[in-house]
Design a protein around this ligand. Structure first.
Ligand code: GLA
Length: 717
């Protein structure tokens, strides 16, 4: 609901459990409040702005403005910076008007949250304008009736007859002075999204990606929590970017000791020429407040991402159990070898066989052929159609790997179009994994990708695509742009990529798309808008995966995480973990296999078959139920537990890194159950009230080996 108090010019945005309040004060849009839901009423008297002004700290420095620009002595970090034709960047935005309407508009060229009917949400648009320069901004706020997330975005317009240059575009939110801690998701390739929790500094904390992808290193997610906040209680203020390119996010503590949270484009790799009459659409940011701890944050974000970021036929469907040949064969395969792996997959109940890298051009190693999306008939005689029909005959659907944004210097595409890659004339074109990045900001490159991928998908019965992207941008500039606009390349690349994804996913609506970037290097709401799942990490080691999936689950739903059982010793860590543990951990996401099922023991094969049956029985709860974290492996000495709950059942997965002699007993306390309902887990002989399971918890059995794990499944009696 969006309430407007005309007398005091106060906007009160009411979500299911949060309130967000803005007011117009002397023409300036002020931020008044974000937090626990407030009742409708007159709060005006509480928003007293201190008029105190010291010569070094004029009011602009103290008062929490909604858009932070350089004016009248605001010295903090800015959320919007626009250099006008006079060469200065002073920007005095003043309120011009507003409107409230049912529904939500699309964002031009960008992924965003959406509504299925106008009755689902209300949107407030507020117009601000700088009288001197003609710079104008429209801020947009959408409140959903059934989801507890606030969607914010803005459009910046040049309403003058002179060009301007946009150099900073961030969504900022001031929070009241208080003690906070910062949570962010730090990582690297093969160890993505390890949740970090640190005290908020009296200064500036920032994370960013300049890589041209949201990155393995930092995820576009940031939360401020109170020091007492746990998984189950306490305040959380979180921001997420619906964008897949470079970004920055920060917490800037001003002289009032109050933090301002920000998230937006990374100004080191962004600037934009705003011509007279032109508009710039900033990416959307999602704001979530939870009073009920980190699980409260996750429940809100999971439901929202699953249903109002992800789209398409697969959004609400159970995801197929797949088997992927990458770690089973790498590049060394032919049709018969793939069919034999698929046959074993079919025998144990798998539903989809994914042909990973190496099926096209003359690609027998990672040093050639990206860009040449033509099947290698030496390896796959008769082409993809023949192979796909053989696999279909076994009862499996067929999936295919692409890396469409890339080009190998050793490829027909590169020989024909050497200027189609991102590069700087006169400098070495730095390769990574022997490849260059196509200049997806160019329309002809976008068209090439659309046509080359589409023609393969038309040529054979392909029902799943793994869309990979295996390096980051270096010399990341477009030769097609004039010098004054070269810094626009990264954002133009994202706009081009989003056009490509929109066209391909709409042309093949039945295909399940999974995005990947060397694992989870582009795991963000932008990609999830086009592809409802992401390959979480190239690291399939069960022990590492517990941590990776645990951190990822802070915001991303389990239905968005690819999770596979792979061979031991693990190819990324050399570690050996029990087969059932690899299965139990992979059940925390979209379950699959990434190993040669013909090379495992009979006992392991039986275990794999049991796991497939379990996933088929329980996957609606695991993929669409409510997911809660119970024990954090990063702070509990390698012990971990998580829980899935829906109306039918409660599933608990418990994991322990190390066995120890004479171990101290431990219990895993469940959450969110009905106190007085009796829950039964027949396999473990447990029959207990929800109250007891939450207050006493499941007694964890003694582990007689390292990397032990257990699955409990309770039904209501
Ligand atoms: C990336 C992906 C892997 C695999 C390889 C193929 O590393 O993350 O899963 O597809 O590419 O080259």
């Amino acid at each position: 609901m969006i309430l407007y108090d005309q007398t005091n010019q106060i906007f009160h945005l009411q979500g299911l459990t949060f309130s967000y309040i803005l007011s117009v004060y002397n023409g300036v849009l002020m931020h008044m409040y974000w937090g626990k839901k407030l009742p409708e009423g007159d709060h005006a008297g509480l928003f007293v702005l201190s008029g105190e002004a010291a010569s070094f700290d004029p009011p602009c420095n103290r008062h929490p403005r909604e858009v932070l620009t350089q004016e009248k002595g605001y010295f903090g970090q800015r959320s919007l910076n626009l250099i006008n034709t006079h060469g200065d960047d002073v920007l005095s935005l003043r309120y011009e008007g507003h409107r409230v309407f049912a529904g939500k508009k699309k964002l031009q060229g960008l992924p965003a949250s959406y509504v299925e009917s106008d009755a689902e949400a209300d949107t407030l648009e507020i117009d601000l304008r700088d009288a001197l320069t003609g710079a104008a901004v429209t801020l947009s706020y959408t409140v959903f009736h059934d989801f507890d997330v606030l969607a914010r975005s803005m459009v910046i317009r040049n309403e003058s007859d002179q060009p301007m240059t946009l150099t900073e575009v961030q969504t900022s939110v001031p929070l009241p002075m208080d003690d906070y801690e910062i949570i962010h998701l730090k990582g690297a390739w093969a160890r993505e999204r390890f949740a970090q929790r640190i005290p908020m500094p009296q200064g500036t904390f920032s994370i960013s990606s300049r890589r041209g992808a949201s990155s393995h290193e930092n995820n576009p997610f940031l939360a401020l929590v109170k020091p007492h906040t746990t998984e189950h209680g306490g305040d959380v203020y979180a921001m997420t970017h619906v964008y897949s390119g470079s970004f920055s996010a920060s917490v800037d503590v001003g002289i009032d000791a109050a933090p301002r949270m920000m998230m937006g484009l990374c100004s080191d790799v962004f600037s934009w020429q705003l011509e007279p009459g032109a508009a710039f659409q900033a990416p959307e940011t999602l704001l979530t407040y939870a009073h009920d701890g980190l699980n409260g944050l996750s429940h809100r974000m999971h439901a929202f991402i699953r249903q109002r970021i992800c789209r398409g036929m697969w959004r609400d469907q159970s995801r197929p159990i797949l088997i992927n040949n990458w770690e089973a064969t790498y590049f060394d395969f032919n049709s018969d070898k793939l069919v034999e792996i698929a046959r074993r997959g079919a025998e144990i109940g798998c539903e989809l066989f994914v042909i990973d890298d190496g099926w096209f051009g003359k690609r027998n190693a990672d040093n050639c052929s990206l860009g040449d999306w033509v099947v290698n008939e030496n390896k796959l005689p008769g082409g993809l159609k023949t192979l796909a029909e053989r696999i279909n005959a076994l009862g499996l659907q067929v999936g295919l790997w692409f890396e469409p944004e890339m080009v190998s210097p050793d490829s027909d595409l590169y020989r024909a179009h050497p200027d189609w890659c991102l590069h700087v004339e006169g400098r070495e074109r730095t390769t990574a994994r022997n490849q260059l990045i196509l200049d997806v900001s160019r329309k002809e490159v976008q068209d090439y990708i659309i046509e080359s991928v589409s023609s393969v998908l038309r040529s054979a019965p392909i029902s799943y695509v793994k869309w990979d992207m295996n390096r980051n941008m270096m010399e990341g500039f477009s030769a097609a742009l004039p010098a004054a606009q070269r810094m626009e390349t990264q954002h133009r690349y994202m706009l081009g990529l989003y056009r490509v994804l929109e066209e391909i996913t709409s042309a093949f609506p039945k295909v399940l798309f999974e995005s990947c970037s060397g694992g989870g290097g582009r795991f963000d709401c932008g990609m999830l808008h086009y592809m409802p799942q992401t390959w979480t990490s190239d690291d399939t080691d069960a022990s590492e995966r517990v941590r990776i999936q645990y951190g990822t689950s802070l915001i991303y739903p389990c239905s968005s995480m690819g999770a596979h059982v792979s061979a031991v010793p693990n190819h990324q860590t050399g570690r050996t973990t029990p087969f059932h543990t690899r299965c139990n951990v992979a059940m925390g996401g979209n379950f699959g296999f990434e190993l040669n099922l013909n090379k495992i023991s009979e006992e392991e094969l039986r275990c794999a078959k049991d796991a497939v049956a379990t996933v088929k029985k329980l996957r609606t709860t695991m993929q669409q139920g409510e997911y809660s974290r119970l024990v954090n492996p990063l702070t509990s000495n390698g012990r971990s537990a998580w829980q899935f709950t829906d109306d039918e059942r409660v599933i608990v997965c418990i994991y322990q890194d190390y066995a120890s002699p004479n171990p101290q007993p431990w219990h895993v306390k469940l959450t969110g159950l009905d106190e007085n309902v009796v829950y039964v887990d027949e396999a473990h002989g447990l029959r207990c009230s929800g109250g007891a399971l939450m207050s006493i918890g499941i007694p964890v059995p003694r582990a007689w080996q390292d990397h032990e794990s257990w699955i409990y499944c309770f039904e209501k009696a």
